[in-house]
Write a protein that binds this ligand. Structure first.
Ligand code: PLP
Length: 474
């Protein structure tokens, strides 16, 4: 190792020196001695590693204290906001739907105060927690009754367990879905205690296949929305409208698991048509399940709507108690559903629909506006331009439909490694910026960047260390 590097390493402050800085005393107050000392040690180790591979000036004690502060912050605030510029609007790994202001306020209120969660304010007696949203769900879907659980996976599990424990549950081979995050229909059936009866083939299932399979052991029949794939070509499926009378005749419920399930006709907002929950109810399914945080745009939840006698049986299942939702989410659900009563203002109030409905020209304008800022903060190591791209809806909704969008496309002057490192630095920001690497570029799809969030985005970018970013390019 050359002489100057060794001396830079020697100049690296000791942990005790960093601990004595003003910056460190603030950290000590907030995080305590053990955590602060560990973070400083890590900051010093990091600096030593950097000096070994790229010689330069050693950071001083104040800089190391600041770095320790960043490490502590990222550790104590892990679930922190990020900029979702992946182009996937309902990104499961980024928490799916962003909630409407009304829902946020309602949830905060419920957190801060006691609420009449299971208390009937008219008669002063015990009430039902589902009552708050039951009427709204019935109004919006046309169903007789409704109940709410933790998520849609729980909704399906609960229905299967209620009607097919120790009995048969019938499903087409073309609808044996796997949803990301280990929701596989055969596994859910097994855990619900149901025996899965597969009917038809992968590409073709006929009415006769179902008819032949109904027997005295049948507990439930399923229709499952193939959320994240399509079977195309030589295909046949039996719609819920045709299946419903067969299930009725056999005396078992027909469950239609819609997955995303929209409460409004999305073609109103320029999107492809997705069956609405109301249509699924009209088609005759006795139970319909759908998610709260997919197209509906609310918090994580699973809804079951349908026949009153069946919902009553579901509510009597002891598993229901284990899958129930808390007051924060119920408050947010109620506020979100209320927005649907005014469909004309929905797109402006519900972030999910606002993002999905953005005009490509609007996103293009925003990209042009932000281009000089982003280019300046990345320096000469990268070329930034505005390019067309395709956004996805995500969470298995309308899997084949993409939306025309615009992105800031960032390409490295040097090697691909520089791009990976830049993506890493953007992820390491206090409010991380998450894009998508494809075709030798990092794409920042701006569809989900609200104009009101632009200032925060620019402030985040400003925290990038331009010198170290520039060094990547060389
Ligand atoms: C997404 C989905 C589920 C699971 O819903 P969660 O709300 O994520 O639990 C179940 N079935 C279908 C068809 C889905 O699309």
């Amino acid at each position: 190792m050359a002489e100057p590097e060794v001396s830079a390493l020697r100049q690296l402050p000791a942990v005790a020196t960093v601990l004595a800085t003003a910056g460190a005393s603030l950290l000590l107050e907030h995080h305590g001695r053990i955590a602060t000392t560990n973070a400083i040690r890590q900051a010093v180790d990091e600096a030593r590693d950097v000096l070994r591979v790229s010689p330069g000036k050693a950071p001083d004690a104040d800089a190391l204290a600041q770095r320790a502060g960043e490490l502590l912050e990222s550790r104590t605030h892990r679930l922190r906001p990020v900029f979702n510029l992946t182009g996937t609007v309902l990104h499961t790994n980024l928490g799916r739907a962003v909630l409407a202001e009304a829902a946020i306020e309602a949830a905060v209120d419920a957190m801060r105060h006691a609420v009449a969660l299971e208390y009937d304010l008219t008669d002063g007696v015990r009430g039902e927690r589902d009552d708050h949203v039951r009427e709204l769900l019935c109004e919006l879907t046309g169903a007789e009754d409704a109940t709410v659980v933790n998520n849609n996976a729980a909704a399906v599990l609960l229905c299967l367990n209620t009607f097919a424990l120790g009995r048969e549950a019938m499903v087409s081979r073309g609808e044996l879905i796997e949803i990301g995050g280990a929701f596989r229909m055969p596994d859910i059936m097994a855990r619900a205690g149901a025996q899965m009866i597969e009917v038809g083939t992968t590409n073709r299932t006929h009415a006769a296949d179902y008819r032949d399979a109904f027997n005295e052991r049948t507990g439930i029949a399923l229709k499952v929305h193939t959320s994240n794939y399509r079977i195309q070509g030589f295909t046949a499926e039996v719609g819920a409208r045709e299946l419903a009378p067969m299930a009725d005749a056999a005396g078992v419920p027909l469950l239609n698991d819609l997955g995303s399930g929209s409460l409004v006709d999305l073609s109103r907002y320029g999107l492809a048509k997705e069956p609405t929950v109301r249509q699924a109810v009209e088609e005759g399914a006795s139970l319909v399940t759908f998610s709260g945080d997919k197209l509906l745009g609310g918090p994580q939840a699973g809804f079951i709507v349908g026949r009153r006698d069946l919902i009553a049986r579901i509510n009597r299942n002891p598993l229901k108690r284990t899958l129930r939702v808390d007051k924060m989410r119920l408050a947010a659900i109620e506020a979100t559903l209320n927005l649907y009563r005014e469909p004309d203002r929905l797109a402006e109030r519900l972030p999910t629909l606002r993002f999905l409905g953005r005009a490509p020209s609007d996103i293009q304008d925003q990209a042009q506006r932000l281009l000089p800022v982003v280019a300046a903060s990345l320096g000469h190591a990268f070329v930034v331009d505005v390019d067309d791209c395709q956004s996805q809806i995500g969470s298995g909704a309308l899997p084949l439909d993409t939306l025309d969008s615009a992105a800031l496309r960032i390409r490295p002057q040097g090697s691909q490694r520089a791009l990976e490192r830049l993506a890493g630095e953007l992820r390491a920001l206090q409010r991380p910026i998450i894009g998508r690497v494809a075709d030798g570029a990092l794409w920042l799809d701006l569809r989900c960047l609200d104009v009101s969030d632009e200032a925060a985005f620019i402030a985040s970018l400003a925290q990038l260390d331009v010198e170290s970013v520039a060094a990547h390019g060389s």
